[in-house]
Design a protein around this ligand. Structure first.
Ligand SMILES: N[C@@H](CCC(=O)N[C@@H](CS)C(=O)NCC(=O)O)C(=O)O
Length: 299
């Protein structure tokens, strides 16, 4: 167990809460409030993220593609420790904190639950608005912005269908493969990962985007896992039946999303590799492998 109970740390950090079935279980997020409708005060709401985390990456992508960089400041807590994510130094936190759990305690001194990124924080009321990425991105999309929506009404059903299909089998499927502690759990998870990639490769034949003619949330949900696949999920999570680079349509799609203005600034591949490579359960020596080579052209 690695979480807070009544504002105190219990146990050392482990990737799963250990239900004893060899499977990795991701717990539901606790703070589920909404931003007010209409424009927000620049600098009032902050995002707390880590380069490694794909769920946090979604929020950075929406912030960038909606042009909200000047409205919503971002803070990085990049190092996963046995006391939650750590800021590289106290200046990385607007409150001079060393660890992310201190932010959770500011919001709720009796907090019980895991301490996760991303966090959408209200600096005026000193509270966590929401720590569930799927809800944070929908809120960011609704904010007034000259940029087009990433969740067009006419495509919401298709976006949700792809989102559901990708979440369990792929986005979280790689984690279920990587953190499985039994052969059966790994076999089941890794099979789902590659079945989903195969289906996506086929779906992308002759089309640029997963849904409709423009980038949508569905593409971004795929992108965060796609970007990490060869860098982290092949070497550390044993998702190695094929490389992402072995898929032509998927590789072109990855590059297409990467090339959108603002997207390169939302990621740091070196930090991603370092982050996953520092998880002792999947890489006890901490040595970062040289490969596999990627097809993505970085800018
Ligand atoms: N459902 C959450 C999941 C967030 C999540 O699991 N974040 C991971 C990093 S990728 C985390 O902070 N884990 C720390 C922990 O569980 O102790 C979301 O999508 O926002």
């Amino acid at each position: 167990m690695a979480r807070m109970i009544d504002g105190k740390w219990e146990g050392e950090w482990r990737p799963t809460d250990g239900e004893g079935d060899g499977k990795f279980h991701r717990k539901p997020s606790v703070f589920r409030d909404q931003l007010p409708d209409g424009p927000i005060e620049p600098g009032r709401y902050h995002l707390f993220v880590a380069w490694t985390c794909p769920w946090a990456h979604r929020t950075l992508l929406f912030r960038a593609l909606k042009g909200l960089q000047d409205v919503i400041p971002v803070h990085f807590a990049n190092v996963l420790t046995d006391k939650s994510w750590a800021f590289e130094d106290p200046t990385a936190s607007p409150h001079g904190d060393d660890f992310l759990y201190q932010l959770y305690l500011r919001a709720d001194p009796q907090y019980t639950g895991r301490v996760t990124v991303p966090v959408l924080w209200d600096e005026v009321e000193q509270r966590i608005v929401n720590n569930e990425s799927s809800e944070i991105i929908a809120m960011l999309d609704r904010l007034p912005s000259p940029a087009p929506t990433l969740r067009p009404t006419e495509h919401l059903d298709a976006i949700a269908a792809w989102g559901d299909r990708m979440y369990d089998a792929l986005n979280n499927g790689v984690y279920r493969a990587g953190f499985a502690t039994g052969q059966d759990a790994y076999d089941e998870a890794v099979k789902g990962v590659f079945q989903t990639l195969d289906a996506l490769e086929e779906h992308l034949t002759g089309r640029s985007w997963l849904v409709g003619d423009h980038v949508t949330e569905a593409d971004l949900r795929l992108f965060v896992t796609a970007l990490r696949f060869d860098a982290a999920y092949v070497p550390f999570f044993r998702c190695n039946l094929r490389r992402y680079a072995d898929y032509d349509n998927l590789s072109a799609h990855l590059q297409r999303v990467y090339d959108l203005p603002g997207v390169p600034e939302t990621l740091n591949l070196h930090e991603i590799r370092k982050g996953y490579g520092s998880i002792a359960q999947v890489n006890p020596t901490g040595i970062l492998p040289i490969g596999p080579p990627t097809r993505l052209v970085l800018r």
